[in-house]
Design a protein around this ligand. Structure first.
Ligand SMILES: Cc1ncc(COP(=O)(O)O)c(C=O)c1O
Length: 481
């Protein structure tokens, strides 16, 4: 498809604006352009068609099944978008007098109350704008705690070898040395190796449970105990809370601090660059270090924004991405006390259903019951037919299914990680299963076809590393060929 600049023809324009009927003002030349901007010159119809065609090439949850593991691309009720677009919420400034923000403060207070209850934590702060940002903030709380105790030799953060990539990255960004502990044959954390790694230089552990294999670690109480006995704190990566919410609580598993991804679990679309929200939640003894301010209710029923006594400062703007908090609260109020665990059960049921329908042909390295997602290995199929995880993923595009996460977690070779999510119907899951079974048969009969997939997509196999590391997002004039 041509770029909009390639459609440009000099002199074509769209003149909808009336003649200027106010005096023209001239600016001094040092603040004005010396030449006209090189904007594409196209008609209105062409602009409209160009962007409509581009939009049609994108694929989102409203187009079809999107089982991207670990990233939770799920349907989010549109009613929550309507609620968040209410002018009474949008036409407001965070620096307005608190007396005129009482409704907003109530929203924050309620969201903090419900999310504290769901996580088993005592305080929630909404300033972080993403999951990784919440991790960074949570680790800063851990650092502030050790510093306040004059325990400054703790310079290591332990992560499992199955951890989500942002965990070691956040540890490193906070200046910690990151120590990786291997998983055991069941996909949980190796307790012996953990005990060897935990010592008086351990600042903390970062762990997600269920982990990136979709497995709930049954040893979680022993794990958090080992870290606490070594004097460290336990950080829970709660990005995928849809697997456990309303059923078990990180606070009860022994975790001290955590984040949630409101843009995965609680009704804000994930991806596309935001806005997101990765609130950090913690136990009472860490709350004094939280960033920014939070909404507190007085005895008279009015609300105020209150700072934390030993706050680590600010990690973002004002009170975070406020409208994402509104969507989360609207979602929680819609689900109610029964709906929250029901949602989690459906996330787990859907993943186990798909896994059970595929495990007779695909190899599932950690074959236990999974939580919200499961990981297939195409290693055997690759050995037999040459067809890789990437070939399977690309082939799904021809069947109008978004590829799952591939080659992650790193401990599974030729990994395909599928998260069907709680919002898909049985019919959608059955179709996806039959497509995956068909692709398996095709791999045996005609591997070449799969090596060339997708056959029916605008973009086929771009150099993904190059595209991510060196994106070309600016048109360069004179380079057209
Ligand atoms: C387990 C886990 N941790 C952390 C993150 C990071 O969240 P974000 O992309 O909002 O930074 C994700 C993202 O999907 C995740 O799946």
């Amino acid at each position: 498809m041509d770029l909009i600049f390639e459609k440009s023809i000099p002199g074509k324009k769209l003149s909808l604006l009336p003649e200027c009927d106010v005096p023209e003002v001239s600016f001094s030349p040092d603040v004005t352009r010396s030449e006209q901007p090189k904007l594409p010159q196209v008609s209105e119809t062409e602009i409209s068609r160009h962007y409509t065609q581009l939009a049609r090439q994108a694929y989102g949850v409203n187009d079809g099944f999107y089982p991207l593991g670990s990233c939770t691309m799920k349907y989010n009720p549109k009613i929550n978008e309507t609620v968040a677009a209410d002018q009474r919420l949008t036409d407001i400034h965070p620096l307005q007098p608190v007396s005129s923000l009482q409704g907003w403060l109530e929203i924050y207070h309620l969201a903090e109350t419900y999310l504290s209850e769901i996580t088993g934590m005592d305080a929630v702060n909404f300033q972080p704008a993403a999951g990784a940002h919440g991790e960074y903030t949570g680790l800063q709380l851990i650092k502030a705690y050790h510093t306040a105790n004059n325990d400054t030799k703790r310079d290591k953060i332990i992560v499992p070898d199955s951890s989500h990539g942002t965990n070691p990255a956040s540890g490193a960004m906070c200046g910690y040395k990151v120590v990786s502990v291997p998983s055991n044959e069941e996909g949980g954390l190796d307790l012996e190796k953990l005990a060897e790694a935990a010592s008086d230089d351990t600042a903390g552990l970062m762990l997600t449970n269920p982990n990136t294999l979709g497995i709930f670690d049954k040893d979680i109480l022993k794990i958090t105990q080992i870290i606490h006995e070594a004097g460290g704190l336990c950080y829970y990566d709660g990005a995928n809370l849809n697997a456990i919410m309303g059923i078990v609580r990180p606070g009860d598993m022994g975790f001290d601090v955590m984040h949630m991804n409101l843009h995965k679990t609680f009704s804000t679309p994930h991806g596309g660059g935001g806005p997101g929200s990765g609130p950090v939640a913690c136990k009472e003894f860490l709350a004094k270090f939280l960033p920014g301010r939070h909404a507190e209710k007085s005895e008279t029923g009015s609300y105020d924004f209150v700072s934390y006594p030993n706050s680590l400062g600010s990690v973002g703007m004002f009170y975070g991405n406020a409208l994402v908090v509104v969507k989360a609260l609207a979602y929680l109020l819609t689900l109610g006390r029964e709906g929250v665990p029901y949602t989690a059960r459906n996330a787990v049921l859907n993943a186990n259903y798909m896994k059970a329908k595929l495990e007779d042909i695909y190899s599932i390295p950690y074959a236990k019951n999974c939580m919200h997602e499961f990981v297939i290995s195409a290693e055997g199929l690759k050995r037999e037919t040459g067809v890789t995880a990437m070939d399977i993923a690309k082939s799904l595009i021809d069947y109008k299914i978004h590829p799952p996460t591939v080659y992650f977690p790193l401990i599974v070779h030729e990994a395909l990680m599928l998260e069907p999510t709680e919002t898909e119907t049985k019919e959608t899951l059955d179709r996806a299963v039959s497509v995956l079974r068909k692709i398996y048969e095709e791999a045996k009969k005609d591997p070449e076809k799969l090596h060339g997939a997708p056959h029916d997509a605008a973009i086929k196999r771009p150099d993904e590393v190059n595209a991510a590391r060196h994106p070309v997002v600016r048109y360069e004039f004179g380079k057209e060929e």
